[in-house]
Design a protein around this ligand. Structure first.
Ligand code: GDP
Length: 298
């Protein structure tokens, strides 16, 4: 992820080395290079435009500082603008003041929700919480089983419809899970919902019904960073159809060009809160925009 973008930007900055002061032409040429690098990384056009505009404006206005040469100054500006489009400050989970905190996961099938649910449960356990996982994905034949297997791997119980009760209604399961959490004093309820291969109204309706039934403290939209520009379209569809508080990017270990990761927070106005970067239960952490920006500019 980001390898090409990193290399591209490094080349751009190399061209500025040794320059005493940046001329208007230098700034224009640099802005053009950055624009191409971002577009090649699959960053959405409106985000690219805003980004390049901001870098240009700041590069022109920047006081020449004794401590930094022009190349370093541009790198500093690009770094700060990257942090800004990635959502600024690290956004942490908001816990309920009383009763269990309810976190609902939404996203397309294959986004990595079920895996993510267990990773999040594991992470919460390490934070001293007592989570419970809830299997509301009753659509995909194996989803309940998969959540149970993953729950076992991280030592977190899974609330699921009773076997033999038929498929069950995900909204009822979700509602019952909150009662169970209150009764048994679990302090975080992680609700895994069904996904589809594409966005459809039935899926949105079901997710909205579950949301209304459990009144989550946080709705997290889970999206596969490998799907590129489609991630942004899906993110918008879920924002309109279900609504959410934050984004979780999965499969950051893949070789995607990174445009989705760079575009989503900026286009949806919702912060990326967590990143998942592998198949192991520990391949997961809070998303830190500043660290991601530094990685790109490394
Ligand atoms: P769901 O349909 O949204 O519940 O998606 P799953 O949790 O079943 O994940 C779909 C596939 O992606 C599975 O094969 C997971 O092992 C894989 N997967 C999930 N998260 C990651 C990740 O961060 N990195 C990689 N490489 N694979 C992942």
């Amino acid at each position: 992820m980001f390898a090409t973008l990193s290399d591209r930007l490094a080349d751009t900055f190399k061209n500025l080395r040794g320059k005493g002061r940046l001329s208007e032409a230098d700034i224009d040429a640099t802005a053009r290079e950055i624009r191409i690098a971002l577009l090649e990384a699959d960053v959405a056009l409106p985000v690219v435009k805003e980004f390049v505009g901001a870098v240009k404006e700041r590069a022109r206005g920047e006081e020449v500082s004794g401590a930094l040469n022009p190349a370093q100054q541009i790198i500093k500006i690009v770094n700060e603008e990257l942090v800004a489009i990635l959502g600024g400050e690290t956004r942490r989970l908001r816990y309920a003041k009383t009763g269990p905190t309810v976190i609902m996961l939404a996203g397309l099938q294959g986004a990595g929700k079920t895996t993510l649910a267990a990773k999040l449960a594991h992470w919460l356990k390490e934070q001293g919480k007592t989570p419970i996982l809830v299997a509301c994905d009753l659509q995909r034949p194996n989803a309940v089983k998969q959540l149970q297997v993953n729950g076992e791997r991280v030592g977190v119980p899974v609330f699921a419809p009773e076997p033999g009760n038929g498929v069950g209604n995900p909204v009822d399961v979700a509602r019952a899970s909150i009662e169970e959490a209150k009764r048994k004093l679990y302090d975080v309820v992680i609700v895994d919902t069904a996904g589809r291969l594409g966005v459809d109204t039935e899926l949105m309706q079901q997710a909205s019904d579950i949301r209304d039934a459990v009144q989550p403290d946080e709705v997290l939209f889970v999206v596969d960073a490998m799907i590129g520009q489609d991630a942004v379209l899906t993110a918008q569809a879920f924002l309109d159809g279900v609504g959410y508080d934050g984004v979780v990017l999965t499969k950051l270990d893949g070789d995607a060009r990174g445009g989705a990761a760079l575009s989503i927070a900026s286009l949806t106005g919702k912060p990326v809160m967590f990143a998942s970067n592998g198949e192991k239960m520990t391949d997961f952490d809070l998303f830190h925009p500043d660290r991601m920006a530094s990685r790109i500019l490394d």
